[in-house]
Design a protein around this ligand. Structure first.
Ligand SMILES: Cc1cc2nc3c(=O)[nH]c(=O)nc-3n(C[C@H](O)[C@H](O)[C@H](O)COP(=O)(O)OP(=O)(O)OC[C@H]3O[C@@H](n4cnc5c(N)ncnc54)[C@H](O)[C@@H]3O)c2cc1C
Length: 392
């Protein structure tokens, strides 16, 4: 067995997820992609086997097994089905606001239901006119007695229509820029809330991506997360952690494509030998494997940092680097996997075609890779480094 950074207990749990992914999710992946239907059977499978619990502490009904193992689970599932991996990623994304800024009452009310999977979560920051520039959002929230009234809308929200709990960001003080943004917990049955439409997409076809509308939507004041004006900070703290979930999804896609291409190259023969023995194909395989391993190093390091309670300010750069490396690897590796399969790579009978379409979104959501590069460079400029050369 190859050397492994995981403990025996972590390896056992990975084996359980790997078996479920291989036996129960892989046979559904092409169908999920073709039907564009949200896979409730996969949600049920996660519920039955307690997989949502991987992202929660024991006090909320979770396994308390840490962030690294959660990332490993997303990676394993995403090797066979990126839509199914995303369901785990977004359960964490939609719960992090509560974990980081929720009151005891809010946590008790919501976290056990998210840990069991009874509720699915969602995170609603982006709007039609504000994706990368999230502080330019237009959705407003005004206090009215014991409630807040939300007006506006959100665009591109994963789990729209299937989530029960949405973490929503809105301006309580529209003139105050970042400082005017607040965060709310919104339940799907809130009056004035509607999912207006779902987007047809290039990939992750079974995942819902929707437009939310708030028309005088009433949310109890008890659902404010943190204080008024803290929403932007909460949104960024969530992303510092959650983008690792996208990285894990991307890494799974990349490794799944590499493994598939390797097996194909072993058996497909041209000019009298397996294509894996042609040096140009062997080099591609080597580069794909190396890209996955390098990206995994950054991702697992991030998981270990969170589990070891590393200082929060160090998580920003670490998760941005993991997301950048894993998603760029996913796009490059899946493109090469299609190339290795030749014409067969381009047709739907073979999974690398879907993997290449699924990979693209990982370079876009939870902050585009251009934004990740800006974040990494900003953090580098802040760091105090010991320079080996006396003068620069
Ligand atoms: C399938 C899908 C699921 C999604 N799920 C969610 C979700 O669950 N919740 C949520 O809140 N959002 C979600 N999003 C939204 C996603 O996070 C945004 O689409 C993304 O952040 C980019 O924003 P934008 O689309 O407005 O692009 P823009 O911000 O308009 O960017 C357009 C281009 O300009 C580049 N760019 C922008 N600003 C800069 C800059 N300062 N420097 C250099 N380049 C720049 C970008 O990198 C990009 O290439 C999802 C999107 C998709 C497609």
């Amino acid at each position: 067995m190859a050397w492994d950074v995981l403990s025996d207990e972590q390896r056992e749990l990975r084996e359980l997820v790997r078996t479920l992914a291989r036996d129960r999710i892989a046979p559904r992946a092409a169908e999920i992609d073709e039907s564009h239907e949200f896979p409730w059977d996969v949600v049920e499978l996660y519920r039955e086997h307690g997989l949502f619990g991987l992202f929660f502490d024991e006090e909320w009904g979770g396994t308390g097994t840490g962030v690294l193992l959660g990332l490993v689970a997303i990676e394993e599932v995403s090797k066979v089905c990126a839509t199914s991996g995303l369901i785990l990623t977004v359960q964490e994304l939609g719960s992090l606001g509560l974990k980081l800024a929720g009151t005891q009452e809010q946590k008790e009310r919501c976290l056990p239901k998210l840990a069991s999977g009874e509720w699915l979560g969602a995170y609603a920051l982006s709007e039609a006119g504000s994706g990368s520039d999230s502080a330019a959002m237009r959705t407003t929230a005004r206090r009215d007695g014991g409630e807040y009234v939300l007006d506006g809308g959100k665009r591109f929200i994963t789990n729209a229509g299937v989530a029960t709990l949405y973490t929503v960001f809105a301006k309580t003080d529209p003139d105050a820029g970042h400082a005017g943004i607040s965060a709310f917990l919104l339940e799907a049955d809130a009056p004035g809330f509607e999912v207006a439409r779902l987007e047809p997409k290039m990939g992750i076809a079974g995942s819902t991506t929707g437009e939310l509308v708030f028309d005088e939507c009433r949310v109890p004041a008890a659902n404010l997360l943190g204080e008024e004006g803290e929403g932007f900070r909460i949104a960024m703290r969530i992303l510092d952690r959650s983008r690792a979930g996208v990285a894990a999804q991307a890494l799974g896609i990349a490794q799944g494509a590499t493994d598939y291409a390797l097996e194909y190259a072993r058996t497909r023969e041209t000019m009298g030998k397996p294509i894996a023995e042609h040096q140009l194909i062997a080099a591609k395989l080597a580069d794909m494997e190396t890209a996955c391993a390098a990206a995994r190093g950054l991702l697992y390091r991030f998981g270990q940092m969170v589990d070891a309670r590393a200082p929060e300010e160090e998580l920003t750069k670490a998760s941005a680097m993991a997301k950048l490396a894993c998603s760029d690897a996913a796009m490059a590796v899946t493109t090469e996997a299609v190339q290795i399969l030749g014409g067969y790579g381009y047709i739907k009978e073979y999974p690398v075609e879907r993997m290449m379409r699924d990979a693209k979104i990982t370079q876009i959501y939870e902050g585009t890779n251009e934004i990740q590069r800006l974040v990494i460079a900003r953090e580098m400029l802040r760091e105090q480094r010991a320079y080996l050369l006396a003068e620069v």
